[in-house]
Design a protein around this ligand. Structure first.
Ligand code: UD1
Ligand code: MG
Length: 452
């Protein structure tokens, strides 16, 4: 924004004990992405935007996630949990570089939008030394109350330190704030811990800024946007709010969702034009669906790219590393994994295609299995373009079926099949004339016929 540099410090040191999980709180997923990933995606990026993430001790996984999302992220460890201001100062080296705008965000508020960060920054550009994000809380218990006098923010009072009158205030601190970066460090360093919890409260920055004769302002947003996650119930609520948003965005982008409330999307789901998704479909992370594709009911899709006019399901399971070319058909009870299936190929019924390449226009019959795992390692199956694999065939990898080759139904293929060859691997059929009649006579000798 307007060429001003920014530093965003994301506080992610919370242990999240109320999640009752061994996973650090900020790594729990909403819409297929960690809480932290959502916050990092919304925070300012691009030229002049730097990022610092403050994590707790022994949280290497949080550091890894921060770097995965934003390779430019600097990470800092807060060794002891002494409050939000203390946590910000863990990133002192980054603060000391003096970006124009310093933004503080919490790693556990996944619904925050980049537009809100920009609104906070805009308030700085209009002269405020501190802009605090506030919301009207349905139930303000536990939040810091924003004390406002004549439209100006004078202080933030934490629940534990608030008087009865202050507790009646419903305008609350969302926790996200933006500082004039040139003054931030000296302000935050002045914060003490003379309060009921003996913690260094970042919220005390407001009173300090006011005492310096500078301006602090409130920027308002909805409670939904700043929901902080502390429990699994709150995680589920956030998921629900996020799904509603994603469905709305998909509908606005022209995707046909027949029963939106039954369709689950990921934050990064990408759609082309004229895509249709039938009821009861679950889409995990890393999925793109190109123009005109149709996803039929009860399909589950993760890390897959679906080509134009492809048709998937009903009841298909597309696992990571699947790519479907244009017009590909994946039918019911088909599972794919690490499989590239080229233009026009069909896998219509009851098959497993894993670690495989299927050439254009190949036809994979019902019940075909790529036997990719020998109990020790995975092997690849290569199926040529235009090949026809008869039903109930097992393709024991590593194996190559040539272009235009034909596999007789029920074959167990262990050796490569040349281009345009026909491979049949099954025992000879024998027909005994009258054999059925003789068998029935043997079984019914001396007995009345059944069912009569
Ligand atoms: C904080 C605010 C409160 C606001 C509320 C919004 C303060 C003092 N209070 O309260 O005004 O209404 O958030 O949800 O800022 N953290 C650290 N290290 C610490 C302490 C906290 O990294 O030593 C991180 C936590 O992981 C969390 C965030 O800072 O992401 C907020 O901490 P939390 O303990 O949840 O603060 P609240 O009591 O909720
Ligand atoms: Mg909190």
């Amino acid at each position: 924004m307007s060429g001003r540099s920014s530093l965003t410090v994301v506080l992610a040191a919370g242990e999240g004990t109320r999640m009752r999980s061994s996973l650090p709180k900020v790594l729990h997923p909403v819409a297929g992405q960690s809480l932290l990933a959502h916050v990092l995606a919304a925070s300012p990026k691009g030229e002049g935007a730097s990022l610092a993430v403050v994590v707790g001790p022994d949280h290497q996984a949080v550091i890894d996630e921060a770097r995965r999302c934003r390779p430019d992220a600097e990470t800092f460890v807060q060794r002891e949990r002494k409050g939000t201001a203390h946590a910000v100062l863990a990133a002192r080296d980054a603060l000391a570089r003096g970006a124009d705008d310093l933004i503080i965000a919490f790693g556990d508020t996944p619904l925050i939008s980049s537009a809100t960060f920009e609104r906070l920054r805009a308030a700085l550009h209009q002269g405020a030394a501190l802009a605090v994000l506030g919301f009207e809380a349905a139930d303000p218990t536990g939040y810091g109350r924003l004390l406002v006098d004549n439209g100006r923010l004078t202080a933030i009072r934490e629940q534990a330190d608030a008087s009865a009158t202050e507790r009646a205030v419903t305008l609350c601190n969302a926790g996200i704030m933006a500082f004039d970066g040139r003054r931030a460090l000296s302000v935050i360093e002045k914060i003490g811990n003379a309060n009921s919890k003996s913690e260094y409260y970042l919220t005390d920055a407001v009173a300090i800024v006011r005492d310096l004769g500078l301006e602090a302002v409130v920027i308002k947003t909805s409670e939904d946007e700043v929901r902080g996650i502390n429990t699994k119930a709150q995680l589920a609520e956030a998921e629900s709010v996020m799904q509603t948003k994603l469905r709305q965005a998909a509908l606005e982008a022209g995707v046909t969702l027949i029963a939106p409330e039954t369709i689950f999307l990921a934050a990064d789901t990408a759609f082309g034009k004229d895509v249709t998704i039938e009821p009861f479909v679950v889409i995990g992370p890393g999925v793109s669906i190109a123009d005109g594709a149709v996803i039929h009911s009860f399909s589950h899709i993760v890390q897959t790219s679906i080509g134009k006019k492809a048709s998937v399901g009903p009841y298909a399971r597309l696992r990571p590393g699947t790519s479907l070319g244009e017009g590909v058909k994946i039918g019911n009870f088909v599972e794919t994994k690490a499989a590239a299936i080229e233009t026009g190929a069909k896998v219509n019924h009851l098959s497993y295609v894993g670690d495989a390449h299927v050439g254009a226009n190949a036809n994979i019959g019902a019940g075909t299995i790529t036997c990719n795992y020998d109990g020790f390692s995975k092997h690849k199956t290569e199926i040529g373009s235009g090949a026809f694999v008869g039903t109930n065939s097992s393709l024991v990898a590593p194996v190559r079926i040539g272009n235009g080759a034909y596999i007789g139904s029920g074959s167990v293929i262990t050796r490569d099949v040349p281009d345009n060859a026909m491979a049949v691997e099954r025992s000879q059929q024998t027909n005994r004339e009258g054999g059925a009649t003789r068998y029935r006579e043997l079984k019914t000798r001396g007995k009345a016929p059944k069912g009569g």
